[in-house]
Design a protein around this ligand. Structure first.
Ligand code: SS9
Ligand code: ZN
Length: 768
C-alpha cells in the first residue's frame, strides 16, 4: 500500500522540491483508518509542510482496490494524517511494594491504588480497547536526567535493607517510605513513562496513560518526597527534549498537591511550561511552601513558564477546575503551542479524597483531558501521580482513558459557578502572568492581597496550633472511613447516572454532492437519500409552502436525516449541507423540541437571520458576525459577538476560551447546532477547532449545518467531529485590543447570568 501511496505522492512532493523520505518506505497500512501516519514536525520543519511518518507495526495489507483508492485520496486530501489509538501501560509488578510499619502519614499510598484502577478499566472494557505497551526499567542514565548519582545510589541501596534500615532512610525525607522493592518499582515507573512517550512520539499511538507507582512529582534532584522516588514526568520531559528535539513541552499537574519537584527542575527552562493547581490554604497545607503561590512565575529565562493556581479553600470542584482551565491554562497553552503534553495525573483532586478534600466528580477529568487533547496535535501522555480514595481514583482514571479513546463525554454535573475564593486565585495568576503572555496583555485586574479566605484561615491555623481544634470530620460528626463509604455510595449511583451508551457511529454526513463523499474521513458515515415516507412524516409539521420547494425540501432532507440520527443516538454528531441553512435550522430546532429536548445551543457563524422565539431559554443563540449590530442589545439568550478577523491578529482564542466556552458550559445544552452562513468571520480552522472544543458538551451531540458547499470546510469539520485530527493554527498571533475589549464588555454584561465567565473579583461582586 505504501508503495502505491509513494508512487502517487512522490511526484507531488517533487513539484514542491521535496524528495520522498526514506523513512516512509514500508509495505503495510492500517486496518480501518486513514491514520497510520503521524506528522513529523522536527526534522522537516524547514519545509513548512509537515511530512508523514510511518508506524510499521500491525497494519494488515489492504487488498481491495477501491479501498486503496479511497485511502489514497483521503491521504492526499488531508495533508497526511494523525496517529490513532491509545496506549495503556500497566504492570502488576508495581504493586509489589508497600508500607511495612505504622505511619499514618504514609498509609494511604497502597498497592490497591493500581489494582483497583486496573480492575475498573477492565470492568468498563477499556483495557481491550487500548494498545498494550509493556513496561521496562528506566536506565541509570535516564534517571540521572533529573537526579544526582548520589541520590540514585541511596535509593539503590534500599534494595537490600532490613526494616530497621529502611525506616531510618525513610526518615531522612518528608512523607516517604521505602520497601526492598521500591527501587525496582521506581525504575519501572520511570521506564513505563518513557515507553509511553516513545509510543506517542513515534506515532504508534496518538495518546496514552501509564498507571505507575511510586508517583513522581514531589521528588527532587537529591530527595524523595511525598511518596515520590524518581520524578517520572520531569524525566520524561527531559528525555523527550533530548531524544526528539522537542522545543515546547507542556506539563499539566492536576494532582491536588503542588509538584514542587517538577517546578524546581524547570524553573529556569522556557521550553517546559509547568502548570499546577493545588490545595494551598495560605501555605498551611503540605508541602507548606512559599513557592507554591501564584507569584512563583519561573526564574531567569523561565519567567512566565511556571503557572501556579493555589486553592485557598477546600471543596473546589468541577466549576472551579473548568474556570481555571478557561481563564488561565488554556489561553496560555494555546499561545505556547506545545509539541507534547505530559499530564501529572493525580486524582487526589477528586471527590472523596482524604488528602485533597475537594469535590470534582470523575467526569470532570474527562473534560480536562478533552481540552488538552486539542493541543499538541493530540499528543498527550497521562502519568498517574496521587489519588487515595480507591473508588474516586479508579472511576476518574476510567474517565480519563475513555476520553483519550475519544468516547463522547458525559455531561458535567453540578452548578457551573466558581466560588469567590477560586476566582480570587484565578485573578491573581492572571495578573502575575500578564507581563509574559500576550493573551493576558490587556488584563486590567491586579493581584489581590486581601483574600476572602484569609482572616478565617488564620484563625483556624491558630486553633490548630493550640490543638483544641477538631478536624473537619470530627466537627461534622463523622470519621474519615465513614466519609469514604459515603463517597463510595455516591459514586456508585453517580456513575450510573452520567454514563450513557456510546452510539455505534461517531459522525454522519449528508452532503449535496455525493462525489465528494470519498474526500471525507473513512470513519464518517455518509448519508444517502432518506426513505421518502419517513421524510414526509418528519417534515409534516413544517410550513407547507416551504416544503413544496424542491430546493428547500432537499435541504431539510439533509439536515433532518442527520439530526434524527443524533437524537436517536444512532450517531454522536453530524454535518449537513443545506442551501437554505436558516430555514433548515429553524426546522431542526422545532424538531429538537418535539423530541423533548430542554436546551439547545445554537451558534451561528456569519450573517444570517433566524426567526426564533428566544424568551423561554430553550434556545441560546450566539451569533458570531462581522456586522456591528447596533440596534440589538444582548440578552441572556441572544448574544451577538462582533468579530473582525484580520491576517495579523487572531481573535479566536480570546473569544472562544474567554467567552463562548464559559457561556456554553454555564448553559449546559442537550444539543448544539452550529450554523455556518455567508460571510463567516471565522476561517476553516477556527470553525473546526470550535467544533472540537464544544464536543465536551451535550455528550458530543453537535449538528453542523453548512450553507455554502465548500469542500475544504466540510472536510475539516468532518475531521473535527469524527476526531480524526485537530486543526492546526501554526504560530500564535495575538488578539486585537478591539476584540479583547468587546469580549470584556460582553463579559461584564452577561456574567450575572453565565457565571463561568467570572475571572476577576470585580466580576464576582457585580455578578453576585
Ligand atoms: C504531612 C502530610 C504529607 C503527603 C502527601 C503526598 C501526596 C503525594 N503531615 N502528605 S501525591
Ligand atoms: Zn497528590
Amino acid at each position: 500500500m505504501c508503495v502505491a501511496v509513494r508512487d502517487s505522492c512522490a511526484p507531488v512532493l517533487l513539484c514542491r522540491g521535496l524528495s520522498w523520505p526514506d523513512s516512509l518506505d514500508c509495505d503495510r497500512f492500517p486496518a480501518d483508518e486513514d491514520m497510520c501516519l503521524a506528522s513529523l514536525s522536527k526534522e522537516y520543519k524547514h519545509i513548512h509542510k509537515e511530512l508523514p511518518k510511518p508506524i510499521c507495526q500491525t497494519c494488515p495489507a489492504v487488498e481491495e482496490f477501491f479501498t486503496q483508492k479511497r485511502v489514497l485520496d483521503v491521504f492526499c486530501a488531508n495533508n497526511f494524517a494523525m496517529a490513532s489509538g491509545t496506549a495503556l501501560i500497566y504492570d502488576d509488578e508495581m504493586t509489589s511494594y508497600k508500607l511495612l510499619w505504622d505511619n499514618p502519614e504514609c498509609d494511604i499510598e497502597v498497592p490497591e491504588r493500581l489494582l483497583s484502577s486496573y480492575e475498573q478499566l477492565k470492568h468498563y472494557h477499556l483495557v481491550e480497547r487500548c494498545v498494550h505497551v509493556p513496561v521496562r526499567e528506566g536506565t541509570e542514565e535516564e534517571i540521572m536526567l533529573v537526579h544526582s548519582s548520589e541520590y540514585l545510589e541511596v535509593v539503590k541501596s534500599t534494595q537490600t535493607m532490613n526494616e530497621e534500615e529502611l525506616r531510618r532512610v525513610s526518615e531522612n525525607y518528608d512523607a516517604v517510605y521505602f520497601h526492598p522493592n521500591t527501587y525496582r518499582c521506581a525504575k519501572l515507573a520511570v521506564g513505563a513513562t518513557l515507553q509511553l512517550v516513545d509510543s506517542v512520539m513515534s506515532g504508534k499511538v496518538r495518546n496514552g496513560m501509564a498507571l505507575v507507582r511510586p508517583p513522581g512529582h514531589h521528588s527532587q534532584r537529591n530527595a524523595a518526597n511525598g511518596f515520590c522516588v524518581f520524578n517520572n514526568v520531569a524525566i520524561a520531559a527531559q528525555y523527550a527534549k533530548r531524544r526528539y528535539g522537542l522545543q515546547r513541552i507542556l506539563i499539566v499537574d492536576w494532582d491536588v498537591h503542588h509538584g514542587q519537584g517538577i517546578q524546581y527542575v524547570f524553573e529556569e527552562d522556557p521550553s517546559v511550561l509547568y502548570y499546577s493547581w493545588h490545595r494551598y490554604e495560605h501555605q498551611q497545607f503540605w508541602p507548606l511552601l512559599r513557592e507554591s503561590d501564584y507569584d512563583a512565575v519561573g526564574q531567569g529565562k523561565g519567567k512566565g513558564f511556571n503557572l501556579n493556581v493555589p486553592w485557598n479553600k477546600v471543596g473546589m470542584g468541577n466549576s472551579e477546575y473548568l474556570a481555571a482551565f478557561f481563564h488561565v491554562l488554556l489561553p496560555v497553552a494555546f499561545e505556547f503551542v506545545p509539541e507534547l503534553i505530559l499530564v501529572s495525573s493525580g486524582y487526589d483532586s477528586g471527590i472523596g479524597d482524604p488528602e485533597g478534600q475537594m469535590n470534582a466528580t470523575p467526569e470532570c477529568f474527562a473534560h480536562l483531558t478533552h481540552f488538552l487533547m486539542q493541543l499538541a496535535n493530540g499528543r498527550l501522555c497521562a502519568v498517574l501521580e496521587g489519588g487515595y480514595h480507591l473508588k474516586s481514583l479508579s472511576e476518574s482514571v476510567c474517565m480519563t482513558v475513555k476520553t483519550l479513546l475519544r468516547d463522547p463525554l458525559p455531561q458535567i454535573s453540578g452548578e457551573m459557578a466558581p466560588c469567590l475564593s477560586a476566582v480570587e486565585s484565578i485573578q491573581n495568576v492572571r495578573a502575575a502572568h500578564k507581563p509574559y503572555w500576550k493573551c493576558l496583555m490587556y488584563e486590567e485586574a491586579t493581584p489581590l492581597h486581601d483574600l476572602s479566605t484569609k482572616s478565617q484561615q488564620m484563625m483556624e491555623a491558630e486553633l490548630i496550633q493550640t490543638s483544641t481544634h477538631p478536624t473537619a470530620e470530627q466537627a461534622a460528626g463523622t470519621t474519615s472511613s465513614e466519609e469514604a463509604i459515603k463517597t463510595d455510595r455516591f459514586l456508585e449511583s453517580h456513575m450510573k447516572k452520567i454514563l450513557c451508551p456510546v452510539p455505534p457511529v461517531k459522525t454522519a454526513a449528508a452532503i449535496v454532492s455525493k462525489a465528494y463523499a470519498h474526500l471525507l474521513p473513512i470513519s464518517v458515515q455518509v448519508e444517502m437519500e432518506m426513505n421518502a415516507q419517513e421524510l414526509k412524516t418528519l417534515v409534516s409539521g413544517f410550513d407547507a409552502e416551504l416544503v413544496k420547494e424542491e430546493k428547500a425540501l432537499l435541504s431539510l432532507q439533509n439536515v433532518v436525516a442527520v439530526l434524527d440520527k443524533i437524537l436517536k443516538k444512532k450517531v454522536c454528531n453530524g454535518i449537513a449541507e443545506s442551501s437554505v441553512a436558516s430555514v433548515s435550522t429553524t426546522f431542526a430546532l422545532k424538531h429538537c423540541f418535539d423530541f423533548g429536548l430542554q436546551r439547545v445551543l445554537c451558534i451561528v457563524v456569519g450573517d444570517m437571520d433566524l426567526e426564533l422565539n428566544l424568551d423561554d431559554g430553550k434556545i441560546l443563540l450566539m451569533n458570531i458576525c462581522q456586522k456591528q449590530q447596533t440596534e440589538k442589545t444582548n440578552s441572556k439568550y441572544h448574544i451577538s459577538l462582533n468579530w473582525k478577523e484580520d491576517s495579523e491578529r487572531n481573535n479566536f482564542f480570546c473569544a472562544v476560551l474567554g467567552f463562548i466556552l464559559p457561556v456554553a458550559y454555564s448553559y449546559q445544552p442537550d444539543l448544539m447546532i452550529i450554523v455556518i452562513g455567508p460571510n463567516s468571520s471565522l476561517g476553516v480552522n477556527g470553525i473546526s477547532l470550535l467544533t472540537c472544543l464544544l464536543q465536551g458538551l451535550a455528550t458530543s451531540g453537535i449538528l453542523v449545518v453548512i450553507q455554502d458547499t465548500e469542500i475544504k470546510l466540510v472536510q475539516s469539520v468532518a475531521k473535527a467531529l469524527s476526531g480524526v485530527s485537530t486543526p492546526d493554527f501554526g504560530a500564535y498571533a495575538p488578539a486585537s485590543q478591539e476584540n479583547v475589549l468587546e469580549i470584556k464588555r460582553l463579559r461584564d454584561q452577561l456574567q450575572q447570568e453565565w457565571k463561568m465567565l467570572r475571572c476577576s473579583v470585580r466580576d464576582w461582586i457585580s455578578g453576585s
